[in-house]
Design a protein around this ligand. Structure first.
Ligand code: E4P
Length: 217
């Protein structure tokens, strides 16, 4: 399973990248707004900086919702860097646009996936990735991990090549469960990635080893 970081924050992207396990980055308009970036030029420059920091796929989301607007915006985003993946919402115009991008050699990430039916449609249109939002599904009292397993099963039976990019990750356990359920990628906040490191027995064990090491220092 690949690891992406889900943020527009450059310091966090650098920290995750230094771990040596980072395969890419996802952003969305909310994450970009959180960084206080204003204007299309600044946003595009920010994507370029991220592409220079991380050698992997970088999802950049369109904000247009009509077919022509999505195509125009997506072409500009894709021109920033070869690693840009155009993130398109799961709406009717979005599905049409994903098919157009597929036919024209531009890779896409279909975002805001909350059902297996949506994942099938995105795959049929040729999306490179689908992003089911695990945490938001759990928040609404459904089972996000179950959706990952269902999509993985359908894609395997049908031979769809679209990669399952588990998004809206809230904690380290989500990452483990997504790996078990067959996600190809997990995009996570830095805290959830670092959460994988933690176990109290590791801390206790290390403290004891360091204490004993003093005996032969
Ligand atoms: C990823 O591509 C999504 O934009 C993101 O994971 C959404 O996460 P949230 O539900 O924490 O906002």
């Amino acid at each position: 399973m690949k690891f992406f970081i889900d943020t527009g924050n450059l310091a966090q992207i650098k920290e995750a990248n230094e771990l040596g396990i980072l395969d890419g980055v996802t952003t969305n308009p909310s994450l970009m707004a959180k960084e206080g970036i204003k204007g299309q030029e600044a946003v595009f420059n920010h994507y370029k900086t991220i592409c220079e920091l991380v050698d992997g796929d970088i999802s950049a989301e369109v904000v247009s919702t009509d077919f022509d607007g999505i195509i125009e915006e997506g072409k500009k985003l894709a021109a920033i860097h070869p690693n840009i993946v155009v993130k398109v919402p799961m709406i009717k115009e979005g599905v049409r646009a994903i098919k157009w991008f597929t036919d024209n050699g531009i890779r896409t990430n279909c975002t805001l996936i909350f059902s297996a039916g949506q994942a099938i449609l995105a795959a049929k249109a040729g999306a490179s990735y689908v992003s089911p939002f695990i945490g938001r599904i759990d928040d609404s009292s459904w089972d996000g991990i179950e959706l990952i397993a269902q999509i993985a099963n359908i894609y395997s039976i049908q031979g769809f090549k679209t990669e399952i990019l588990a998004a809206s990750i809230r904690n380290a356990l989500h990452i483990v469960k997504c790996a078990e359920a067959g996600a190809d990628v997990c995009t996570c906040p830095l805290d959830s990635i670092l959460g994988l490191l933690k176990h109290p027995l590791t801390d206790i064990g290390l403290a004891k080893f360091l204490e004993d090491a003093k005996k032969f220092a």
